[in-house]
Design a protein around this ligand. Structure first.
Ligand SMILES: NC(=O)c1ccc[n+]([C@@H]2O[C@H](COP(=O)([O-])OP(=O)(O)OC[C@H]3O[C@@H](n4cnc5c(N)ncnc54)[C@H](O)[C@@H]3O)[C@@H](O)[C@H]2O)c1
Ligand SMILES: O=c1ccn([C@@H]2O[C@H](COP(=O)(O)OP(=O)(O)O[C@H]3O[C@H](CO)[C@@H](O)[C@H](O)[C@H]3O)[C@@H](O)[C@H]2O)c(=O)[nH]1
Length: 453
């Protein structure tokens, strides 16, 4: 919305949220999320044509177009728990729009939703009792965190799905005209509603599948002496495959890939397509395997026990360029190590101590785990006195660390487990480290260690 305000100075954009602390932060000096370049865009338009307020109903009532971007998490209980999307926030937003509206509106699905959600939303809106006409559009968002501003300024495509009726086509045109102020029209794709909704889930499932595919190959590389970076490069040179999104690692994270792939699994199951559901389920299963395989590698390398040992964790965000830790593989890796009674010392340049402690505290015994989780101010402090270092986010600063200094302060033998392939393994081995890099030929030390089952 901030980018839209930047590109459309004649349009008034009002961001409303039921969370007052979030709105206060959007109006303050410290935005509630870290996203490169976003603060500049917000500051450029805030108070001019970009406003943030918790006065939800008033501004929804006044609007011509309402973008609904509420959270759509995976259900944790009830029917479809663990797969289906929880649409409670969406439904309550739709009911509120219906209740407060006295003028016709275009209601835009910006959240990622299951295919055919628009049909349910239309039904809720149609019963508003005020005789108001609504048009529902699907306009899924494809930005990635860490590069969001650039992705929005120059999107690969903008997708708009609407009804094939005069009013539907009119609504699509209205939204198309907004984007056409800065997006070349050949990148604005219009489809029917269900295609737009499903395309978003399919796009994320395809991307997640690429990561799981290269991670599956990484396991075979370690078993055979092949190097996953070389394999990915050779494979990606085929233009039918392409070289992007083939970085093997400790697994994908983030609030979207797992949620949206599981939502697709559930849609297949509900449509009586168990084979298609099983295919997509395996993308997530492979990701779980990659995370647990990493933990097993750490434990088996360090003489099959990390109990009482300090392990430094460099990087806690799910990718570089963000402070977001939702579904971060670092959480599962740390939990795995804590389960083996290790002491973990975490450093991430963008994640707060409070967030790390919250993510790692088991609901049952928060205080107990806390005593074995420390949060360091820098990588050197995290690694001091540690037996091993795990690199779990590809922050650039981890490429440029003084690893000789880190080695000097560690217990010996000193291990580096590079879950993002950021270090120069050869150099580190010369310094005396035992090094593991995902999908790379194994250090002699590691190849002689039986993998923990
Ligand atoms: N985060 C991303 O990079 C990204 C990218 C593409 C699509 N999406 C999709 O966008 C949606 C939102 O994702 P997010 O990461 O911003 O979630 P989020 O949880 O960070 O933000 C959702 C916000 O909606 C607010 N909210 C909930 N119910 C409300 C209501 N009835 N009225 C007003 N505000 C309400 C919450 O307070 C919260 O601030 C999801 O469907 C997600 O899949 C996210
Ligand atoms: O080659 C790769 C590429 C990514 N990842 C990991 O995959 C996860 C997701 O990365 P990315 O897709 O870059 O970030 P997101 O912000 O989750 O963006 C995805 O999810 C968004 C929310 O739906 C979509 O809008 C975006 O198009 C889609 O890329 C991260 O943990 C990455 O480390 C890899 O392990 N290897």
């Amino acid at each position: 919305m901030a980018v839209m305000a930047l590109k459309c100075p004649d349009i008034e954009v009002v961001v409303v949220d039921v969370s007052r602390p979030r709105i206060d932060a959007w109006n303050g000096d410290h935005l509630p999320i870290f996203e490169p370049g976003l603060a500049e865009v917000v500051k450029a338009r805030r108070g001019k044509n970009l406003f943030f307020t918790a006065d939800v109903e008033r501004h929804v009532a006044d609007a011509d177009i309402v973008f609904v971007s509420v959270n759509t998490p995976t259900k944790t209980r009830g029917l479809g728990a663990g797969k289906a999307v929880d649409l409670a926030y969406w439904e309550s937003a739709a009911r509120m729009v219906a209740d407060v509206s006295h003028s016709g509106k275009v209601v835009v699905e910006k959240s990622t939703v299951p295919v055919r959600t628009a049909e349910a939303i239309e039904k809720i809106l149609a019963h508003n009792g005020h005789g108001v006409e609504f048009q529902v559009l699907s306009n899924p968002e494809f930005l990635a965190e860490g590069t969001a501003v650039g992705d929005l300024l120059c999107p690969d495509r903008v997708l708009i799905g609407g009804r094939d009726s005069a009013a539907g086509r009119n609504a699509v045109q209205t939204l198309r005209d907004v984007y056409a102020r800065w997006v070349p029209v050949d990148r604005i794709i219009t489809t029917n509603l269900w295609s737009a909704e499903l395309s978003k889930l399919a796009a994320n499932a395809f991307l997640a599948q690429r990561v799981s595919s290269v991670n599956a190959i990484s396991a075979l590389c370690e078993a055979t002496g092949a190097d996953v970076t070389e394999v990915a490069r050779a494979v990606g040179k085929d233009p039918r495959i392409g070289g992007r999104f083939l970085d093997a690692g400790v697994g994908f994270g983030g609030s979207c890939f797992q949620k949206d792939t599981l939502s697709l699994v559930y849609a297949c199951e509900c449509s009586g397509l168990p084979e298609a559901a099983g295919y997509w389920r395996q993308v997530v299963a492979m990701n779980d395997y990659q995370k647990s395989r990493f933990v097993r590698r750490v434990v088996s390398s360090m003489f099959n026990t990390v109990a009482g040992k300090k392990v430094a964790v460099l990087g806690f965000a799910f990718k570089k360029g963000t402070g977001d830790t939702r579904e971060s593989p670092a959480i599962d890796v740390c939990r795995g190590l804590l389960g083996e009674r290790a002491h973990v010392s975490v450093y991430d340049p963008m994640v707060s101590e409070e967030q790390i402690q919250r993510d790692l505290a088991p609901a049952a015994a928060p205080a107990k785990a806390r005593s074995r989780v420390a949060v360091a101010r820098d990588a050197y402090e995290a690694a001091r006195g540690a037996h091993g270092v795990c690199i779990l986010t590809e922050w650039d600063e981890f490429r440029a660390l003084d690893y000789r200094r880190i080695h000097g302060g560690m217990e010996k033998p000193a291990f580096v487990f590079d879950g993002r392939n950021v270090v120069d393994a050869g150099e580190l081995r010369e310094m005396g480290f035992v090094v593991y890099c995902v999908g790379k030929p194994l250090d002699e030390w590691l190849s002689h260690m039986p993998a923990a089952a």
